[in-house]
Design a protein around this ligand. Structure first.
Ligand code: SF4
Length: 244
């Protein structure tokens, strides 16, 4: 071990600001390459998708760092299974079906694979997989409909899983997901109906016909909290008192 003398160490906040600014600029530049239209991810919480298009706002520092880490991890995982991936690629490229743009992380033999990163200390419980993975599963199911297939995979890279000795390390968990034909058809109807509501809201510049976003995304941390004034929630920031 090297015996260090007492060092002069100080936090360099200017360097931090420069790094976050550079990351934000890179992410926003990437976002300008995104085709205009209805995106699959926008169907998850259509009000957010509405505001992102109607009243775009810069990414917060938190969003910038979360998106940056997600992009980097996606790129490395995807490159490990698809060695010919382009250096800036973090998904399978852009596709369109039912008037909806979508970019699954990978498509293998016509089946979509969605990769997520998660900072939880604990893996999802076997008996509660659907509840605990629901946000990810919604997105994968949209991809199943748009790629016209009944089966796909969800890969979750847990960056911080804790073991019995209280140590944390990254672990990947892969899940196979299957729909019945009846489930497929019901989901397809929901997706088309949500697409139409979103198109109408954008055309009429009126968000009120769109359902409220899930609670964990809503509140004063949402960049459009004031303009959206979600019914049954606004202006109360205490989520326990929300009626919707
Ligand atoms: S305020 Fe809530 S409901 Fe409105 S866009 Fe933001 S997250 Fe969605």
């Amino acid at each position: 071990m090297i015996q260090l003398p007492p060092l002069s160490i100080s936090r360099n906040e200017l360097a931090e600001v420069r790094l976050v600014t550079a990351a934000r600029e890179w992410l926003e530049k990437e976002d300008t390459k995104r085709a205009k239209g209805i995106h699959a991810s926008g169907l998850l919480d259509p009000r957010l998708e509405y505001w992102q298009e109607i009243l775009p706002r810069p990414l917060t520092e938190r969003q910038t760092m979360l998106f940056l880490c997600g992009r980097i991890l996606h790129h490395f995982v995807i490159t490990s299974v698809e060695p010919n991936t382009h250096p800036e690629q973090s998904d399978s490229g852009s596709h369109e079906e039912l008037g909806i743009l979508f970019s699954p992380d990978l498509i293998k033999d016509t089946h979509p694979i969605e990769l997520k990163t998660n900072r939880s200390f604990y893996p999802p419980r076997e008996e509660k997989l659907q509840d605990e993975l629901s946000f990810y599963l919604e997105q994968l199911c949209i991809y199943l409909i748009l790629t016209n297939t009944l089966t796909g995979e969800l890969w979750v890279l847990y960056t911080n899983l804790r073991d019995e000795a209280n140590r944390t390390w990254p672990e990947i968990r892969c899940f196979s997901v299957e729909l019945t034909q009846v489930q497929f058809e019901a989901l397809e109807q929901q997706i088309v109906a949500t697409r139409d509501l979103l198109l109408k809201a954008k055309a009429e510049k009126d968000h009120r016909g769109l359902e409220l976003c899930r609670k964990w995304r809503c509140g004063d941390q949402c960049a459009w909290w004031r303009e959206c004034s979600p019914e049954g929630r606004w202006p109360t920031t205490d989520k326990r008192r929300w009626s919707a």
